[in-house]
Design a protein around this ligand. Structure first.
Ligand SMILES: *Cc1c(COP(=O)(O)O)cnc(C)c1O
Length: 374
């Protein structure tokens, strides 16, 4: 039997809620299920305001509009990330300044950030790789000192936390001015395609709703705050239909169950591969003391590209489909010419050496572990 890289998990209630949405005769966005999902996140994670979007990519694009990125503005982010992190800002004319990863973790090396800040820098976009927090104290202090915005790419970071120097445990996505989440089928909580913008800085709430509703004040109109609605700003069609929100609601009701299972699988991988990894000079994931593990991803960092190819091939022989990812954005066909030429050695190492193992609710993790050990 094949073990695919990912298998979307269904709680069983998805089609039930979709049926309900369909029968309510309200299929466009911002209905009952949308509101249920948004308040779930606001209540449980301390995000000031949440807006569901059709993807994390869309939420990042909204963030770039909200912080008013202009041509020539500079935005600092890791090179080892998905294209959307950068694209959202490039669409508004920003120049991306890539930070290197840490030597032992794909997250940005926060000690290198201050040297990248110039008079044109407008924002820092930390990506919490594998749902493991970046050192947000350092990032928020830099942002304050240099008057920058922080947009968390929390695509992988649902239900994960950061404990800073003040000792308070904060949900990822609740710390930056804005944050973007993904419910793509490869993430922990899914709706096929889907995402969410979390707004923590209140100055952005009203405008975010307008941008979300195609540049109109339709939301304020439906609340009875204005007596007609019209075109008041730029915007786009960023809100998902009620059908998507209904699917997502079924997932959110089962969030605890999904998270427990994923973390169990992650721990199995970790504990049973530990000795093998040491023997083969392979690095297992690191979770710093200030961070939590949300069971999003289990990955190996191999010694070199040859060892990686060997492991991927051996797994494929047993019909187990592991993958690698993130061709560094600074050396991508689209951005090489635009990059300032700095070498990013740690980023390149993860591009060459990282393997993601299958991780999904119904995974037979013992079979993957046995195959690796063999
Ligand atoms: C998945 C992912 C995205 C994109 O999410 P979509 O919902 O597919 O747009 C962006 N950034 C990171 C780090 C991701 O992992």
């Amino acid at each position: 039997m094949n073990i695919p890289f990912n298998k979307p998990y269904l709680t069983g209630k998805e089609t039930h809620y979709i049926y309900e949405a369909v029968n309510s005769h309200k299929l466009s966005g911002n209905g009952i299920f949308t509101k249920k999902c948004q308040s779930f996140f606001e209540k449980n994670y301390g995000f000031k305001k949440c807006l569901l979007t059709t993807s994390c990519t869309d939420a990042l694009e909204m963030a770039a509009i909200l912080i008013d990125i202009q041509p020539g503005d500079e935005v600092i982010m890791p090179s080892y990330t998905f294209v959307s992190t950068a694209n959202a800002f490039v669409l508004r004319g920003a120049k991306i300044v890539f930070a290197d990863s840490l030597p032992n973790h794909p997250n940005m090396d926060c000690d290198t950030l201050e040297a990248l800040i110039t008079s044109k820098t407008k924002a820092i976009v930390p990506v919490h790789y594998a749902g493991v927090a970046c050192d947000m104290d350092v990032i928020m202090e830099l942002a304050k000192k240099h008057s920058l915005f922080v947009v968390e790419d929390a695509a992988q970071a649902i239900d994960s936390y950061y404990t800073g120097k003040d000792g308070i445990k904060k949900a990822l996505g609740s710390i930056g001015h804005l944050a973007a989440f993904s419910f793509h089928e490869t993430k922990n909580i899914i709706s096929g395609e889907g995402g969410m913008l979390a707004i923590n800085d209140e100055q952005f709430i009203d405008r975010a709703e307008i941008i979300w509703e195609k540049g109109t004040n339709r939301s304020a109109f439906f609340r009875g705050e204005v007596d007609k609605y019209g075109w008041v700003d730029i915007g786009s069609s960023f809100l998902p239909s009620e059908i998507i929100a209904a699917f997502l609601w079924a997932q959110l009701e089962n969030l605890e169950n999904i998270q427990t299972k994923r973390i169990e699988i992650w721990n199995d991988y970790y504990n049973k591969l530990k000795d093998w990894a040491i023997k083969n000079s392979i690095q297992l994931p690191i979770v710093p003391n200030f961070a939590t593990n949300n069971g999003h991803m289990f990955y190996l960092t191999c010694q070199n590209i040859q060892q990686r190819t060997q492991i991927l091939e051996a797994l494929k022989q047993s019909n187990i489909f592991a993958v690698f990812h993130y061709i560094s954005l600074h050396s991508s066909p689209f951005y090489t010419e635009k990059h300032d030429g700095r070498k990013l050695e740690n980023t390149d190492k993860f591009t060459d050496c990282l393997i993601r193992l299958p991780l999904y609710f119904e995974l037979d993790v013992e079979k993957v572990i046995d195959t690796i050990l063999k």
